[in-house]
Design a protein around this ligand. Structure first.
Ligand code: AGP
Length: 612
């Protein structure tokens, strides 16, 4: 999720761009750059944050009343000066900045290379500006028309802004699946990924729609057309939100915004990686080492915290679908217990930040023993990503809230794709089961959207239990890790003690804790263990525990047993955790809110634990 800002008007563009990028830095910050036109096209870009860009442009010529800026959250190509945006066409006349993913960039690159194009960066963005250049050269048409034609060949998500050295009076922009907002001032225009850089200049905005192209011109003003070249009437709105609300997309906290982003972030973590109809699953980053996974005698998953819970779901996925033995290890324990490791072991390190010290150390230990290491990270070019032989990025976008939510479900998405692809190649699931699970996986964003609709009910439940001293979370099978994750979410942001348990484990001790003051959250969506978990609920009921059930099958038994029944869409059992965790994330959030806790930055916690 990158940050885009642009300006066309009478003022100096540079200070407006820099301030705009600083407003957008929460969207991603591994490198930044600007392009300005004043007699010529000037590009300044570097790895690092916006402040590093400011240092980089010290004493440089940053004049110009037209320009654009970009703060990058890398998806293709590690963060460095070369991969930073803007990118130039081959002739140096066109500059582009981009937020999104061009899925078919490799095919486009092959075709353009045949036509004599050469590329400097590893980005998909550079391919796009060369494509536009090639089309304009071939058709001798206007830049906006060349953009329109090029976008017909593009598969993926984009918000792009383009400058033309030979036309300092015009900015071209286009969007599909990535946001872009136009600000309309007095003889000046603004463009940005969201309204935060715009609101201090003007409150008149146009939210661009998918497949729209905008032409901002000093003479002709604002023109919007769709990809079919039909003129669109701009719908100008007046912004009401203040800056703080805008940064959080209108949500009170980043955590709530990120919980609600999950339909999109899960879709982004699948984008370009599966097609249920053709049965296509492709994780480019593991292709080269995929045979190691397919032939693995054992998989060891190392992680911490929420990522460790994702690893537990991974254990169920790989054992259930691919029939490969899996061990899930706390990285902090693994690194010190002198583990037995073999060269044909496959280690999967899971980490949102890609900087967790214990996980990094666990990788180093495994590498020293000759194991093959895969990484599942959210931050491109992070230490863990760079220290693994192969892996897949989760593409969840920056996760600002300390409590991990969208990164967790994105990790589960990638693990599901890995397990399905491995199972198919090992022949441990039938083609029909493979296709059935792919179809279900494509539906998960919709199911999560439905699960988010339980928020009003969750708020009501939160209000009843906000002063409880303890909580128990129970689950079986694939939902056992979800119970652990639900307990961790509650603990870390509301400071209420909570424990997750396998539901059947209650009778081995914890049931002694049950009385009328103990709320028990039971994740009871499993199709295979449903009857078993019903009897576990009966055991809790018999001891007067207060029962909150998350279920995908509303039946009379559950209604009689539970004090509260939260219903979520049913999906294939291996994919349930991505949906069943959502009400638990919301419950933790709303209880913490009612307890006036600092939801985004809970006490004692850091977003990335880079120390032991
Ligand atoms: C989860 O909500 C916590 N913020 C924490 O447990 C986190 O999952 C853990 O520190 C691991 O972080 P990582 O995924 O960045 O490696």
């Amino acid at each position: 999720m990158c940050g885009i800002v642009a300006y066309l008007g009478q003022k100096d563009a540079f200070p407006i761009l820099i301030k705009g990028l600083q407003r957008l830095e929460y969207r991603g910050y591994d490198s930044a750059g600007v392009a300005l036109i004043d007699n010529t096209l000037k590009i300044y870009k570097c790895k690092g944050k916006v402040n590093d860009l400011v240092q980089h442009t010290n004493n440089k010529d940053v004049k110009g009343t037209i320009g654009m800026g970009h703060t990058r959250w890398a998806t293709h190509g590690v963060p460095n000066d070369i991969n930073a945006h803007p990118h130039l066409s081959g002739d140096g006349n066109l500059a582009i900045i981009h937020n999104g993913i061009i899925e078919n960039y490799a095919a486009l690159k092959t075709e353009l290379t045949k036509r004599g194009h050469s590329f400097i960066s590893d980005t998909d963005t550079e391919i796009l500006i060369h494509l536009i250049e090639e089309i304009q050269r071939e058709t001798r048409t206007t830049l906006d028309e060349a953009v329109r034609m090029a976008l017909h060949s593009v598969v993926g998500a984009y918000a792009i802004v383009i400058l033309n050295k030979n036309n300092p009076n015009q900015i071209i922009a286009a969007r599909k699946s990535s946001p872009l907002v136009i600000g309309i001032g007095e003889n000046e225009f603004f463009l940005a990924s969201d309204a935060t850089p715009i609101v201090e200049h003007t409150r008149n905005v146009v939210y661009m729609n998918d497949d729209e192209i905008a032409i901002l011109d000093r003479q002709t003003g604002l023109t919007i057309k769709n990809i079919e070249n039909e003129i669109q009437e701009p719908f100008v709105q007046e912004l009401e939100w203040n800056l703080e609300l805008l940064e959080k997309g209108g949500y009170e906290h980043f955590m709530l915004k990120e919980i609600h982003e999950q339909p999109t972030s899960i879709a982004d973590s699948m984008r370009g990686r599966l097609d249920a109809i053709s049965g296509y699953v492709k994780l480019g980053g593991i292709k080269q080492f995929e045979s190691k996974l397919v032939n693995a005698k054992r998989i060891i998953i190392v992680a911490c915290g929420t990522s460790w819970h994702a690893g537990l779901v991974g254990e169920y996925l790989f054992e259930d679908l691919a029939r490969i033995p899996v061990e899930v290890e706390y990285a902090s324990e693994f690194r010190y217990r002198n583990p037995v490791l073999y060269e044909d072991d496959v280690v999967i390190a899971i980490s949102q930040s890609g900087e967790t010290a214990d996980t990094l150390a666990a990788i180093e230990l495994a590498k020293s023993k000759g194991a093959t290491i895969f990484g599942i990270c959210n931050v491109v070019g992070s230490s863990i990503a760079r220290n693994t032989q192969a892996g897949a990025y989760t593409h969840a976008g920056p996760e600002i809230g300390v409590a991990s939510t969208k990164a967790f479900t994105a990790q589960l998405t990638v693990l599901s794709l890995m397990a399905l692809s491995t199972a198919r190649q090992r022949g441990t699931i039938s083609e029909s089961r493979f296709h059935e699970l792919l179809v279900e996986l494509e539906q998960i964003p919709q199911h999560v959207k439905q699960a988010l609709k339980t928020e009003a009910q969750i708020k009501y439940i939160a209000n009843i239990f906000k002063d409880s001293a303890n909580f128990l979370y129970l689950g079986r099978g694939y939902n056992f890790p979800v119970a652990l994750e639900g307990a961790l979410k509650l603990k870390e942001i509301s400071y209420i003690h909570a424990e997750g348990y396998p539901a059947a484990e209650m009778k081995h001790g914890p049931i002694a804790l049950i009385d009328e003051n103990m709320p028990v959250v039971v994740v009871a969506t499993n199709q295979s263990a449903y009857e078993k978990i019903v009897s576990n609920i009966q055991e809790v009921k018999a001891r007067k525990g207060k029962i909150i059930v998350i279920t995908s099958t509303k039946d009379e038994v559950m209604n009689e047993l539970a004090d509260f029944v939260v219903e979520i869409p049913q999906t294939a059992e291996p994919l349930t955790p991505m949906v069943s965790v959502v009400p638990l994330q919301l419950l933790a959030y709303h209880i913490a809110l009612l307890r006036n806790c600092n939801v985004d930055q809970p006490r004692n916690l850091a977003k990335s634990v880079t120390v032991e």
